[in-house]
Design a binder for this molecule. Structure first.
Ligand code: NAD
Ligand code: LMR
Length: 326
């Protein structure tokens, strides 16, 4: 058995937290030989921490062999102490009629404090995955507070968008999701994101050839994937939770699996025309000690215009939170 990994989860008593913790504790995120200690962070102390005690009782009741300890706290110093991974879920979800960017001012400040606390207290080499919206820009805010933990250790989640795009293509082509490969998300976790269908393969053939409907791919497909979060809020009355937790399991597991190519929002270094100071969804290849962006994928005029639009939005979000960046 390996030494246990310490994993912080913020917002642990929330919707996503409830769908996530049991999957981490059962080994689905870090593998069947990797014990974990869950460091669960909730505020406010009275109500949310009380609810978290109930969640911890349920975790206990599962008797997970890999769960070697639990910390329940409202204090980021204690919560992030020595952690190897910090999963930043805790923040407000949007309601009906809102865009994720409407959460910027309220949620952004959470990531100022948590970025500092991670830099001060986490283990060397701690890796961070941001889920709380607007995820790309929150990751940028958090990473900007760090001096010790490098920006390349921070990521934000666009994997839910990749999974959604994969399912939509499979449904349209009448195949299984496992027949669809190489579908990647470029840009913001927002309706401007670009699910790059021109790179995707269905049973090893170019997806546009298999689907044979350019108007659908450029229109309905991009719109359905980009607005899926809002469609779920309209249908469910609450934002996606189980699928978001599932995507975070995929995101972290693939970031721990060298050779995997998957969509992750990372600090841009100017690839594909993204501004070098924004955090953009990009295809990354996991390496032995991190990731590298997959460069030089072909972009046609439609793709270039879509990337420009999502980059412009990320640049404008950056300007909105300029005072939160260190
Ligand atoms: P929720 O309201 O059910 O849970 C959020 C929890 O976070 C609450 O229990 C709250 O008490 C806690 N919290 C708030 N501020 C905190 C802080 N500073 N420290 C610790 N805990 C704190 O919300 P949810 O449905 O779990 O969603 C959480 C976030 O994830 C939202 O911002 C939502 O929009 C986002 N989200 C992102 C994606 C994605 O693909 N990136 C997908 C789904 C949801
Ligand atoms: C999603 O994509 O489901 C989440 O980001 C929640 C939301 O606000 O859409």
């Amino acid at each position: 058995m390996n030494a246990p990994l310490r994993v912080a989860v913020t917002g642990a008593a929330g919707q996503i937290g409830y769908a996530l913790l049991f999957r981490i504790a059962s080994g689905q995120m870090f593998g069947p030989d990797q014990p974990v200690i869950l460091q669960m962070i909730e505020i406010p102390v009275d109500k949310a921490l009380q609810a978290l005690k109930g969640v911890a009782m349920e975790l206990d009741d599962c008797a997970f062999p890999l769960l070697q300890g639990m910390v329940l706290t409202s204090d980021p110093t204690e919560g992030f102490k020595d952690v190897d991974w910090a999963l930043l879920v805790g923040s407000k979800p949007r309601g009906p009629g809102m865009e994720r960017a409407d959460l910027l001012k309220d949620n952004g400040k959470i990531f100022v404090g948590q970025g500092k606390a991670i830099d001060d207290h986490a283990a060397d080499g701690c890796r961070v995955a941001v889920v709380g919206n607007p995820a790309n820009t929150n990751a940028m805010i958090g990473a900007s507070q760090c001096r010790r933990i490098p920006a390349t250790n921070w990521s934000a989640m666009v994997r839910l968008d990749q999974n959604r795009a994969q399912s939509q293509l499979a449904n349209k082509a009448g195949v299984q999701t496992s027949d669809v490969e190489d579908i990647y998300i470029f840009g913001n976790h927002s309706p401007t994101m670009f699910p790059a269908f021109h790179l995707a393969k269905i049973n090893n053939k170019p997806a546009p050839d298999v689907i044979g409907d350019k108007a659908y791919l450029e229109g309905e497909f991009c719109e359905t994937v980009g607005k899926r979060g809002a469609a779920i809020i309209a249908a469910r009355g609450a934002s996606s939770a189980a699928s978001a937790a599932n995507a975070l399991v995929d995101h972290v597991r693939d970031l721990c699996t060298p050779g995997k190519i998957h969509s992750v929002a990372v600090k841009s270094e100017g690839q594909y025309g993204f501004h070098p100071d924004v955090w953009a969804g990009l295809p990354v290849r996991t390496t032995a000690d991190g990731y590298e962006v997959v460069e030089d994928l072909s972009m046609d005029a439609f793709a270039t215009a879509k990337i420009k639009a999502t980059n412009d939005e990320l640049v404008s979000e950056r300007e909105t939170v300029a005072e939160m960046l260190d």
